[in-house]
Design a protein around this ligand. Structure first.
Ligand code: FAD
Length: 501
């Protein structure tokens, strides 16, 4: 397509450093497009660090006949696991049958469909359990008999975003955080984009613009693009609580709540249990979202229907909330609104084209990105072939079932370092752990310690490789060490990072 004689700085400018924006930037850079990505805050500071963190088909979406979505999502479980086995791994979910709720045959049938649709090669199939005798029945009230145990996956959501950004940059993309797109205007066949960053204003041109601003997608359309009254997404708030560890085994629970919604209880960060989520229409600023007292009560009550020992406020150590940007399909209840994604192109044919991204899930981000880049190719000229189905993310170039072997290998390479630290680093950085640790022989070689095993060496790596700029980025997104470090350690970390920026 002609660009009116002007050369653009980039083929693509992507707005939004969540899973979808970074996924699109990565796929496009890998296919040979020149890409700039702008994130107004930190990577994954929006919805992409506030999820339940499941790589799943979504068992309950079968009830809404979302077969396309469920099929695509199920098939992604093993693809994503293979791409990043350090941050994505299989989990087994225990779904108790409850008298008066969905009948046992219905649950079994749903799981039969789930197992059959899923294209499983490594994930084990569903099995039936007797909770009166199975170990997973122990923490539960004694009234439950039958349960079904099935496979899904787990993902460290915020690290998935950081690794997509890293891979995009390794393939040539320019990634800018703390860089807000404040205006984008068409100049013939090009976009002129104004960006407000840490060092003031900057202007860039691009042949195509991608609006992957998640819950802010409509705001970008109205404020930055000047399109009046955009209303494409429905904002649905979801909150989670993190408690002290409620049980010892490694299974997750899928509890059916009285309102028909599932509430998950998931082993989290070794010493905790993650409980969520709620599902409430939301009208406020997505940046201000936080858990309400009613949501806390709802979650505590839902799990206390199942656990023998009631879960109370005293068990809570942290909570977080996010806003799902669901494509507005006019469904009446928030739990029914489609979880599928919608990609729409505006312009082209002489005017600069725009791709808007609506909805989506962590689980389907790679497929969404692949489809987005195909559509970009149809608009500004195709480049490269599909490649992400077999491409690994940084640190993920080891076999899906090879995590323990990686930990053992790192343990042999670094005999002077604490085994627990090695395991945590392997979970976060995979094969990149070696690049992070370098020639360190003992803990003192890792520099200043900030508590919970966090050292200057790791912080330096996160600042150099993963765009970490402040203590929050390190403690709550690149890691969850915020659950463990003291206020004093946090202040020292903040001072250390300020001195280095
Ligand atoms: P975001 O992550 O919100 O990214 C958009 C980014 O755009 C933000 O970082 C924002 O700062 C940036 N931005 C906005 N405006 C501008 C601007 N003008 N300039 C520059 N940057 C800008 N999915 C699953 O697969 N499994 C789950 O278990 C799951 N659980 C969930 C539970 C909850 C409670 C929620 C809320 C969601 C859940 N999801 C789950 C869905 C998933 O988290 C989201 O679909 C996904 O994270 C959306 O990513 P995104 O990139 O579209 O949006």
């Amino acid at each position: 397509m002609s660009t009116g004689g002007m050369e653009a700085d980039y083929d693509l400018l992507v707005i939004g450093g969540g899973v979808n924006g970074t996924g699109i930037a990565r796929d496009a850079a890998g296919r040979g497009y020149s890409v700039m990505l702008c994130e107004m805050n930190d990577l994954a500071s929006g919805t992409s660090s506030a999820a339940t963190k499941l790589v799943h088909g979504g068992l309950r979406y079968l009830e809404y006949y979302e077969f396309r979505l469920v099929h695509e999502a199920l098939a992604e479980r093993e693809v994503l696991w293979a791409a990043a086995p350090h941050i994505i791994w299989p989990m087994r979910f225990v779904l108790p049958h409850v008298k008066g709720m969905r009948p046992a045959w219905f649950l079994r049938l749903g799981l039969f469909i789930y197992d059959s649709l899923g294209g499983r090669k490594l994930l084990p199939a569903t099995k039936t359990l007797d909770l009166r005798t199975a170990a997973v029945g122990k923490p539960l009230k004694k009234q439950f008999g039958t349960a079904f145990e099935y496979s899904d996956g787990w993902v460290n959501d915020a690290r998935l975003v950081a690794l997509n950004a890293r891979d995009a940059a390794d393939r040539g993309a320019v990634v800018r955080t703390r860089s807000k797109v404040i205006s984008a205007r068409r100049e013939g066949a090009l976009w002129r984009v104004e960006i407000e960053g840490r060092n003031g204003r900057e202007s860039a041109t691009a042949r195509m613009l991608v609006n992957a601003a998640g819950p802010w997608v409509d705001t970008v359309m109205t404020r930055a693009l000047g399109e009046g009254g955009a209303h494409n997404v429905r904002l649905v708030k979801g909150s989670h609580i993190v408690t002290r560890k409620l049980y010892e085994h490694d299974r997750c629970y899928f509890f059916q709540n009285a309102d028909g919604r599932p509430v998950f209880a998931i082993p989290y960060e070794n010493d905790f249990t993650l409980i969520g989520t709620t599902d409430l229409d939301y009208a406020g600023d997505p940046a201000e979202v936080k858990i309400s007292d009613e949501e806390t009560e709802y979650l505590l009550k839902a799990v206390s229907e199942y656990f023998e020992t009631p879960v109370t406020e005293a068990d809570i150590v942290w909570a977080y909330s996010g806003v799902r940007p669901l494509f507005d399909d006019g469904a009446s209840a928030s739990k029914e609104a489609t979880r599928d994604y919608v990609l729409k192109i505006e312009g082209g044919d002489g005017t600069a084209p725009l791709l808007n991204v609506f909805g989506g899930k962590l689980t389907t981000y790679r497929r969404l990105a692949q489809k987005a880049v195909d559509m970009i190719g149809e608009t500004i000229g195709a480049k490269g072939a599909h490649w992400t189905k077999t491409g690994t993310l940084p640190g993920g170039d080891f076999p899906p079932e090879g995590f323990e072997a990686l930990v053992a290998e790192l343990g042999r390479a670094y005999p002077g370092l604490d085994g627990k630290l090695i395991r945590r680093l392997a979970r976060a950085y995979g094969t990149k752990t070696r690049a992070l640790l370098g020639g360190a022989k003992s803990a003192t070689d890792l520099g200043e310690a900030f508590g919970a095993g966090l050292t200057a060496r790791e912080v330096d790596y996160l600042m150099a490789e993963e765009w970490a700029l402040n203590a929050e980025d390190v403690l709550w997104r690149r890691s969850k060490l915020g659950l463990r470090v003291s206020a004093g350690d946090k202040a020292r970390l903040a001072a250390y990072m300020t001195a280095r920026t």
